[in-house]
Design a protein around this ligand. Structure first.
Ligand code: NIG
Ligand code: FE
Length: 425
């Protein structure tokens, strides 16, 4: 798709080409140019600048020029943590929570994740795909242009592979950038109740090699938390994943201080997510890891907050302000899933990050675009307006200020969405 967009009142997320992550104070600027134009060739950003459009970018055949009449253009939201392939919904548990049951009590009663696993087992691959695509369509129109999707409602080899095949089909058929994560260690499957060690062994012996052989996942995740998987089990699972080139993205420090950050650091994880129960020691570990990037060439490890989960479960929020003040990068993602976050609305997550985690609007927008792209290893493709990146972006009317976007926390400001330079609706 070739397109010249003119009369852009503000062009946001204009990162220098080599900028793949923003850390600490660098997050305080969500870079912007005013009165801009943007040229798209073959679905990618070919060039941009401030008005007037240089003659070298013209002429284009009729129909390939679009004036935004002062509208604002943002890089698509990138949602680096979702579980959006699932069957049915769990509003019964939502009401149980209102009545006072905790998330862990619901899980102990065999509800929660196992409830979704039972339903997923019954659903056909076509049914799962159709349901998931409705969610994909919903989040796409809310401005998401890249998404990570986890397995973890299969909890046996066959059903985990089924989920991952659905994710692959979404990747092949939707215009979003999609990354796939194996999360077999999300809970212990029904057949292994009371035999967690055997379940972990089964994942290592059977499921992970099969996922690896079939090339069905980019990443491996483990729910490393109190009453779920221990750091020791997590370490063994991650080693098994590493043999198939699966980099870790960890569910850690959600329900308790349970070693999730430490295990992420030890195993070169790309991200560690949740962090509602994060400690000062975790911050120090992440700072040391960041410093070792220059000395030992370690990869990025992006702490990722999921503010929608804290909101829906009525739990503490991850200490986003402290993470940024410690000089670390921070990403935010939705955690879209049927139990703890039945929403993939990234604009709302940006508002929550500001309201509940005290991020400034510029910081929250960097966290939801460039840094969340980095947290799924695609910030060289999406998350910025930069030459060579995919033309994935959304458009708003001219706003009174950037701050209006998180402030107007339920106003549907995302008016038009473009993926690979093509408008979607
Ligand atoms: O990320 N924390 C673990 N897993 C999901 C919840 C899954 C569910 O309840 O179905 C989460 O919040
Ligand atoms: Fe999650």
């Amino acid at each position: 798709m070739n397109l010249l967009i003119t009369d852009i009142g503000r062009l946001y997320g204009v990162n220098p080409e080599g900028c793949l992550v923003r850390c600490g104070a660098e997050m305080s600027e969500f870079p912007c140019v005013e009165n801009a134009w943007l040229r798209i060739v073959d679905g990618k950003i070919a060039d941009w600048g401030t008005a007037p459009v240089p003659p070298s970018s013209l002429p284009l055949p009729a129909g390939e020029v679009l004036s935004l009449r002062g509208g604002w253009l943002f890089p698509s939201f990138c949602d680096s943590h979702t579980h959006l392939v699932y069957a049915g919904s769990r509003e019964g548990e939502f009401v149980d929570k209102i009545r006072g049951l905790s998330y862990e009590e619901i899980a102990r009663r065999g509800g929660g994740i196992l409830n979704s696993a039972d339903r997923l087992h019954e659903a056909t691959e076509d049914e799962l795909y159709a349901e998931a695509m409705q969610r994909v369509h919903e989040v796409m129109l809310k401005g998401t242009g890249a998404i990570e999707i986890k397995s973890g409602y299969g909890l046996n080899t066959e059903d985990e592979l089924k989920m991952l095949r659905v994710v692959r089909r979404i990747r092949e058929t939707s215009p979003l950038v999609v990354r796939s994560t194996f999360l077999g260690a999300h809970a212990v499957g029904r057949a292994y109740q009371g035999r967690q060690a055997d379940y972990v062994d089964m994942l290592i012996r059977e499921t992970i090699p099969e996922v690896g052989r079939q090339g069905l996942a980019d990443f491996i995740d483990v729910f490393c938390d109190r009453d779920f998987f221990t750091p020791e089990e997590t370490g063994r699972l991650l080693e098994a994943g590493a043999r198939w080139g699966l980099r870790p993205k960890i569910h850690g420090q959600e329900l308790a201080d349970s070693g999730g950050v430490e295990v992420a650091v030890q195993h070169d994880a790309l991200s560690v997510d949740h962090l509602e129960s994060m400690t000062d020691r975790d911050i120090s570990l992440l700072q040391e890891h960041l410093a070792s990037r220059s000395t030992k060439g370690a990869g990025w490890l992006i702490p990722t907050a999921l503010p929608g989960t804290s909101f829906f479960l009525g739990m503490p929020f991850a200490p986003g302000r402290r993470i940024i003040d410690a000089g670390l990068p921070l990403a935010i993602a939705s955690d879209y899933n049927p139990g703890s976050t039945p929403s993939g609305d990234m604009k709302f997550c940006v508002s929550l990050a500001c309201i509940k985690m005290r991020l400034l609007p510029d910081e929250a927008l960097n966290a939801a675009t460039l840094n969340s792209a980095a947290a799924m290893g695609v910030s060289d493709e999406v998350g910025s307006i930069a030459v060579g990146r995919r033309a994935n972006f959304f458009v708003t009317e001219p706003l009174s200020s950037l701050d209006f976007l998180p402030y107007a926390y339920t106003t549907p400001l995302v008016r038009r969405v473009f993926l690979d330079g093509l408008e979607v609706n």
